[in-house]
Unconditional design. Structure first.
Lengths: 277, 403
């Protein structure tokens, strides 16, 4: 994976305040335009609710989920912008056999389509279900939110963050965490007191503030431990096991062959004695 | 033209069952051509919710432990130096070689960019279980190919390769066990990343160890299965006395496997275990039919030494392993409320074709190469072969098969 250790406090991070989201879906449009993604032929109300398209796909890197709920007897909407979480220690990068994913020091987790062999392990591994596949193609590749790496590298903000009129703040992870805590402290009634993404999957470069419990909004409950550590605890033993098995079997075979050799020599001696007699 | 006619004549002489297998393999070849023309999305039931389906669950995750016979019998016969088991080794190696070659075929069909397969050799990511398995499968398929050259060079009387292979027999057995230990267990590591996806009945940090142990006892069971069927249907000698040696080893490993499983379930699992009736049922079937019953059978002397019962117990172990691997890689990955994945027609045709290809190639290899005529009383196993005894035998085999 990456060579130099990344200072996660300095990585660029999205702070998405869902209480300020109006559901305008400007982010969806901006994302499609900047990444030049094809439109999808969809039907309204085929998914979980008002949202459209029904799910993220090879053509849709981000979308706003709608959740209706009742507040003081009134119907209300809650919105949740789904996108790649750009984990500090991404599962996709750890499982990719050719290292096609990389966490950049700037923040975005980027995917190198030139390396990818199309095994789809990243899709199995991602706890947020982000990487999508080009199912329509004979030789498909993976598609996912790039965190607008090309823009960020050149000092711009990502397309969705630029287009968003209200809810997305973009800056270093340290600052965004501070800002989120400040908002919760200033208006304790408005916010649910958890920052989603602060510890999820070991910390991510996308942070969410909500006013409802997370699971009700459709946020996936995710382990707090960085995912790569789950496989690494087994994989780190590989060289040791390899040599132990080799050594043990060599020793056993040497011993067993020796037994055989000794027996043969004894037999030969016996035969010689019998021959002499 | 004449060459083609000879081949056609030869095929005409085959048993109906072999011709049937050939049709299945042909159908699978057509189906995989369709996959490359129309794409994975159009020809399979895979989607973003189910990125891995039948081809990964069976052709890779299940087929690899089913091909473990070669390395396990290699360890028992060569490393532990139990010479009388020699007749079992060669058929197991052929089975293993075919198994791994077909794993490669299955994997390449499933990859989005199969032409980039060799990229794994140049872009190392040691944190990836998939990287490790790919490297191991490539290395081990090579080792199995070299081991498979043994009967080939005997058939054609290639003296020097034969001597070299004979000298390398033991090192190959050890290397095979080393490589197999790694990738058999790492197939379990695959699913350690699926933290909140794989159900608690199977998810625990000892999954790789369980995969390795179950691969060992299944590998030995596959040897029993294959030797019994070869005796039954291909007129080869009854080896049930030799197989009784293996049936003595299997319950030990199954015992350790069960201890590990119970320990892991009791102390290392998090969250509810029996909250989903379907998964509970699958788990019970897997453990009772696939582990407990054959374990008890192998412990009973009358059953262990009877050739009919040996085959039955080994079949149960194999069924249990297949169910276990499907549970881990497919059934227990299903989230409540999601639509259920079913393999479609093309996926099934390809997988059936891969199984058919395995049997077909095994029968054909057995027909044209000396893989059964290897009883210790007939062959000198001293290494190295200073007195050119094996070469003489090689010629004798050649004559025998011509006659």
């Amino acid at each position: 994976m990456s060579s130099a250790p990344i200072d996660y406090g300095k990585t660029k991070t999205f702070l998405i305040d869902t209480t300020k989201c109006t559901g305008c879906r400007g982010c969806q449009v901006a994302c499609k335009q900047w990444n030049q993604l094809k439109a999808e032929n969809t039907h309204f109300f085929t998914g979980e609710g008002y949202q459209n398209p029904p799910q993220m796909s090879e053509f849709t890197f981000t979308r706003v989920k709608f959740k209706d709920y009742q507040k003081h007897g009134q119907n209300e909407f809650a919105f949740y912008k789904e996108m790649c979480m750009h984990c500090n220690e991404p599962a996709c990068a750890s499982v990719c056999p050719v290292g096609a994913f990389k966490k950049t020091p700037e923040g975005p987790v980027v995917y190198n389509a030139k390396k990818c062999i199309g095994c789809r392990f990243c899709m199995v591994a991602c706890p947020f279900g982000v990487p999508k596949y080009e199912w329509s193609k004979a030789f498909p590749l993976v598609k996912k939110c790039t965190g607008c790496y090309s823009r960020v590298k050149n000092g711009l903000h990502p397309a969705c963050a630029t287009a968003c009129p209200t809810a997305i703040t973009y800056g270093s992870r340290e600052e965004m965490l501070k800002e989120a805590e400040k908002r919760i402290a200033a208006k304790p009634d408005r916010y649910f007191k958890v920052i989603y993404g602060k510890e999820e999957a070991g910390g991510t470069s996308v942070l969410y503030l909500t006013h409802q419990p997370l699971d009700e909004l459709g946020f996936k409950p995710v382990t707090k431990r960085p995912l790569p550590s789950y496989t690494w605890q087994a994989l780190r033993l590989v060289p040791g096991i390899f040599l132990t098995v080799g050594g043990t079997l060599s020793a056993i075979s040497w011993f067993q062959h020796r037994k055989d050799r000794v027996r043969k020599e004894e037999e030969e001696q016996q035969n010689r004695k019998e021959g002499n007699q | 033209m004449t060459a083609a006619r000879i081949v056609m004549n030869e095929i005409k002489g085959y048993h109906r069952f072999i011709k049937f297998l050939m049709v299945l393999v042909g159908a699978a070849a057509l189906a995989s051509a369709v996959r490359f023309i129309f794409g994975l999305g159009a020809t399979t039931n895979l989607n973003d919710l189910y990125p891995w389906g039948l081809w990964i669950s069976f052709d890779v995750v299940t087929a690899v432990p089913l091909a473990a016979g070669a390395f396990t019998i290699g360890v028992v016969a060569h490393v532990c130096h139990i010479k009388k088991l020699e007749p079992l080794v060669r058929p197991a190696i052929v089975t293993g070689f075919l198994g791994y070659s077909l794993v490669c075929v299955g994997l390449l069909l499933d990859l989005g960019q199969p032409q980039r397969g060799p990229y794994v050799l140049f872009n190392w990511n040691v944190h990836s279980p998939m990287f490790e398995v790919s490297m191991c499968v490539m290395a081990y398929t090579t080792v199995l190919f070299l081991e498979f050259l043994h009967p080939v060079s005997e058939r054609f009387g290639w003296h020097i390769p034969l001597r070299l292979l004979r000298t390398l027999e033991l090192p190959f057995a050890i290397i095979a066990a080393m490589i197999s230990t790694l990738h058999q267990s790492t197939l379990g590591t695959f699913f350690l990343i699926a933290v909140d996806k794989l159900h608690n009945l199977w998810y625990n940090p000892l999954l790789p160890l369980q995969f390795w142990l179950s691969a060992i006892f299944t590998g030995l069971s596959i040897v029993i299965f294959e030797a019994s069927l070869v005796h039954k249907y291909m007129g080869q000698p009854d080896e049930s006395d030799l197989l009784a040696t293996l049936t003595k080893i299997i319950p030990w490993i199954m015992g350790i496997y069960m201890l590990v499983k119970v320990y892991a379930l009791a102390f290392l699992s998090h969250g509810p275990l029996f909250d989903r009736p379907v998964l509970t049922a699958l788990f019970s079937v897997e453990m009772i039919v696939g582990v407990l019953i054959p374990f008890a059978m192998f412990l009973t002397k009358r059953i262990r030494t009877d050739k009919q019962m040996q085959l039955r117990a080994a079949s149960l172990v194999i069924i249990g392993l297949i169910l276990n691997r499907f549970n881990v890689s497919m059934f227990a990955m299903h989230q409540p409320g999601q639509p259920v994945y079913f393999p479609n027609f093309i996926e099934s045709v390809v997988t059936i074709g891969i199984i058919a290809a395995h049997i077909l190639f095994f029968v054909l290899v057995a027909k044209y190469f000396p893989i059964f005529e290897h009883h210790p009383e007939a062959t000198d196993y001293t290494i190295p072969d200073r007195f050119r005894k094996i070469e003489k035998h090689g010629e004798a085999h050649g004559k025998a098969s011509e006659a």
